[in-house]
Design a protein around this ligand. Structure first.
Ligand code: F6P
Length: 359
């Protein structure tokens, strides 16, 4: 039989195990053996190579679990691998050698834009046969309308907004929810609409503090005692600065824009604000039904692509169909929120303040 590896790379999210399970189940139809590689490319770097043969029993029941049974890393680029002494070393040859030691005919990588770019570079250098499955809660990969994990993250954010609304009403407050999304506002827009937020701020559209305060004060003046806001983590201040902090490892991370806005709002309007930063709760949830369906469909199609030897392609969701697109197409077209798209129009139609955009 052919031997195919599967690895998950980058941040975890809901639906990864659905992909792994579907790959193993579909592989039976082609008499393909699936090897689960531990911790992304790290498993191929380790000696002995850290991988195990996955059979139906090993993936039985995992569909409903968050995380990834394979493990993952998002700070281990083999071309610039961080060593304990702080230096960066090119260890790409070790990964390529690991693929060969395992006797793989192809590799399925489940990843976002960063991981796919690195894996594609490795595949080109070492002549590896690669097929990709898109996953990211940020939903910012090009060439696919949905990536695995996005829908689960939105569900978590909507539930958070629902809960915060009770406190907003009970305490006559403005409750502000900061959501993830890296440089894109997809989670904020969908969660904001579904959760009934009165202000939605995303990095793609600049805001005016005056207008935010006007929106909130008008609600108060109409006798409505509460409001909710969703803010994407990468929203910049009015003067265009990203709100970030650097941790003890020197990593620069988003966080704090909601608190920054909350303080300004209460100073200007006198309304009490409280802030919740949702963080990794958005990634580690039980996968939504849609992410399970998407993961299953992508997993089956990825194995089909391997059987057809259609390498260097990514499975994608376009117009209600699963299609195959060159990996290059997905990683070269960053997908931001379309500021004139249907969802922004919907939010505006609902009377939500989404920033300074022509109405
Ligand atoms: O890309 C997924 C994501 O969760 C982003 O939304 C977020 O900015 C980032 O990863 C957080 O990364 P880490 O898990 O390394 O803190």
């Amino acid at each position: 039989p052919k031997r195919v590896g599967i690895l998950t790379s980058g941040g975890d999210c809901g639906g990864l195990n659905a992909v792994t399970r579907a790959v193993v189940r579909r592989a039976r139809d082609y008499d393909i053996e699936i090897y689960g590689i531990k911790d992304s490319t790290q498993g191929l770097m380790n000696r002995p190579v850290d991988a195990e043969l996955l059979d139906i029993k090993k993936v039985s029941g995992i569909l409903r679990y968050g995380g990834t049974i394979l493990g993952t890393i998002n700070k281990g680029n083999p071309f610039a691998f961080p060593m304990p002494d702080g230096s960066l070393v090119d260890r790409s040859d070790e990964v390529i050698e690991g693929y060969k030691q395992l006797g793989l005919d192809a590799l399925i990588v489940v990843g976002g834009d960063g991981s796919l770019a690195i894996l594609r570079k490795l595949a080109q250098k070492g002549n590896l046969n690669l097929v990709a499955v898109p996953k990211t809660i940020d939903n910012d990969l090009g060439a696919t309308e949905y990536s695995v994990g996005f829908n689960t993250a939105v569900d978590v954010a909507v539930e958070a907004l629902d809960r915060l609304t009770y406190t907003a009403i009970s305490h006559s407050r403005v409750m502000i929810l900061e959501v993830m999304g890296r440089d894109a506002g997809h989670i904020a827009v969908s969660a904001g609409i579904a959760g009934g937020a009165h202000v939605i701020l995303i990095p793609e559209i600049p805001y005016s503090m005056e207008k935010i305060c006007k929106t909130l004060s008008e609600r108060r003046d109409r006798g409505i005692n509460f409001s909710t806001m969703v803010v994407a983590e990468a929203v910049k201040t009015e003067t265009g600065e990203a709100v970030k902090y650097t941790n003890s490892l020197g990593q620069s991370l988003y966080g704090g824009i909601a608190q920054y806005l909350g303080d300004q709002i209460s100073t200007s309007t006198g309304i009490e604000t409280r802030v919740t930063t949702l963080g990794h709760v958005q990634r580690g949830s039980k996968p939504s039904a849609l992410d399970r369906v998407l993961g299953a469909a992508f997993g089956v199609s990825a194995v089909d692509l391997i059987a057809q030897e259609k390498f260097d392609h990514m499975v994608a969701w376009q117009n209600r169909h699963i299609v195959a697109v060159p990996i290059m197409e997905a990683i070269s077209q960053y997908r931001a929120v379309e500021t004139d798209g249907g969802l922004i129009k919907t939010a505006i139609g609902l009377g939500t303040y989404v920033g300074e955009i022509d109405r």
